[in-house]
Design a protein around this ligand. Structure first.
Ligand code: ZN
Ligand code: ZN
Length: 454
């Protein structure tokens, strides 16, 4: 009689390949809020408890086989904006990161999808830009803080969500940052390492030097570019180089009966320049494309995508003269004085807090702010005064809360045996941006002294 033994399976289990660096998921792919590749590097470095400079130099060196030194941040500081762009630097970094993280969606954190259409000249900023309120809001709602790809484009001057100018100078050390620096960290200054977030309305110069219609134009630009970034993962086929020339020729025949000179005159662009674009010998910059799209009243995305389709699928358009901008749209609407007056009075009587600004009221009424002011100066003045008072009260309240919070955090750190340094305290604050106020800093210094550490 033979003995039966149990069977042993010596086949190795199937183990999926492991990535060398963390397989961190990028933020916002397929939305206008998509993260930038340089911002991704900073987050990846933070996850590994390394400064991005060290990550680039030590880890990426092994997979970069180029000699121009894309991995050596010191050598490429002024050009780090290009790491989010359409060229070889962005392509190399994406490839290196793909090998190390095993992520195959990193091209959408750059403009590589649009490399055939967007000339690199003046496309990207060499200096970092950011919206302090985007940082602050994500931080206060405990969401991941990241750098938006939208902010890296030179043509985008405002945040389309908070309708304020992007910042380029740290409010603490007054210095600018490179797009990717040795100590870059999303939401923080790479020079003084302090928090860059600020609540809406506290950035005093938000609307400085921007007329209402200019602001609306800048918001339109930011939204149009955002649409491009959001569409990138869903494009099949990818737009080809001749899309722009095809689209332009079609629009010239539609709106100017094929007369390039007349078309160029209305756009206020030299005739020869438009001629060269139409022949496909040269590509217009993104700024020029946006100007054309604005006049044609179509989105930049529609313009670029339609170039891929057949010429007769173009929508019928009429060229809008550039000078009139959005004023035309505002004045075209009839001004209903009764309705506007009722609304203004309702705003003044309302107990809503915070009370809206005149910009906000005008936006809600879909009227030009200056037209409203011309008709109802005293009501508008009262609304602005109420708005400013509210903002002041909110600011004072937040400063007071931050002072109390700073004392609480410092005490708790002290009880845990840790020195209540500014960096440690700000890490735990719900609104770390408020540390730039004198009252909050004094509260921190006082408690540090009381705890016998100064
Ligand atoms: Zn914002
Ligand atoms: Zn700084």
């Amino acid at each position: 009689m033979l003995t039966k033994y149990e069977l042993w399976n010596f086949k190795l289990p199937l183990i999926p390949p492991r990535s060398h660096l963390y397989h961190i998921e990028p933020v916002g792919i397929g939305t206008p809020l998509v993260e930038s590749l340089t911002g991704y590097v900073a987050r990846l470095a933070e996850a590994h408890c390394l400064p991005p400079g060290v990550l680039m130099e030590r880890e990426l060196t092994s997979v970069f086989n180029k000699t121009y030194g894309s991995n050596n941040l010191h050598k490429i500081y002024p050009f780090t904006g290009a790491l989010n762009g359409t060229g070889v630097m962005a392509a190399d970094l994406r490839q290196a990161l793909q090998i190390l993280t095993l992520r195959n969606d990193l091209q959408f954190l750059t403009l590589l999808t649009w490399s055939e259409l967007l000339p690199s000249r003046n496309l990207l900023r060499s200096i970092r830009a950011w919206c302090p309120t985007c940082y602050e809001e994500r931080c206060t709602t405990s969401q991941l803080v990241f750098e938006h790809l939208l902010w890296s484009l030179d043509v985008v001057k405002v945040c389309p969500y908070h309708q304020q100018k992007l910042s380029q100078k740290c409010p603490h050390c007054c210095q600018t940052n490179y797009v990717l620096a040795w100590r870059s960290r999303p939401g923080y200054c790479s020079k003084c390492l302090k928090w860059l977030g600020m609540p809406l309305g506290t950035q005093i110069s938000a609307y400085q030097n921007l007329e209402e219609h200019d602001l609306q134009f800048e918001i339109w630009i930011a939204q149009s570019v955002g649409e491009l970034l959001a569409k990138a993962p869903y494009l099949t086929p990818l737009p080809l180089k001749d899309s722009i020339a095809k689209a332009l020729c079609s629009y010239v025949s539609q709106v100017a009966e094929g007369n390039v000179a007349a078309f160029a005159r209305q756009l206020q662009i030299p005739r020869n320049t438009v001629w060269v674009w139409c022949k496909g010998e040269n590509q217009p910059s993104i700024k020029a494309l946006l100007r054309i799209c604005y006049c044609l009243k179509i989105s930049l995305l529609d313009f670029l995508i339609q170039g891929v389709k057949s010429a007769n699928s173009f929508q019928a358009v009429r060229l809008l003269p550039l000078q009139s901008k959005l004023q035309t749209r505002a004045s075209a609407k009839s001004f209903d004085a009764n309705k506007v007056q009722q609304n203004l009075e309702a705003v003044l009587e309302s107990n809503d807090s915070p009370s809206p600004s005149m910009e906000e009221v005008a936006r809600r009424l879909e009227c030009d702010r200056r037209t409203i002011i011309r008709h109802f100066p005293s009501l508008c003045h009262a609304i602005s005064a109420k708005y400013l008072n509210d903002r002041k009260a909110i600011l004072l309240r937040n400063v007071q809360q931050s002072c109390d919070e700073v004392r609480r955090i410092a005490l708790s750190l002290h009880n845990q045996g840790a020195y209540p340094s500014e960096a440690r305290v700000s890490e735990q604050m719900s609104m770390p941006g408020y540390l730039r106020y004198r009252e909050v800093r004094t509260a921190l210094q006082d408690i540090q002294c009381q705890l016998g550490k100064c």
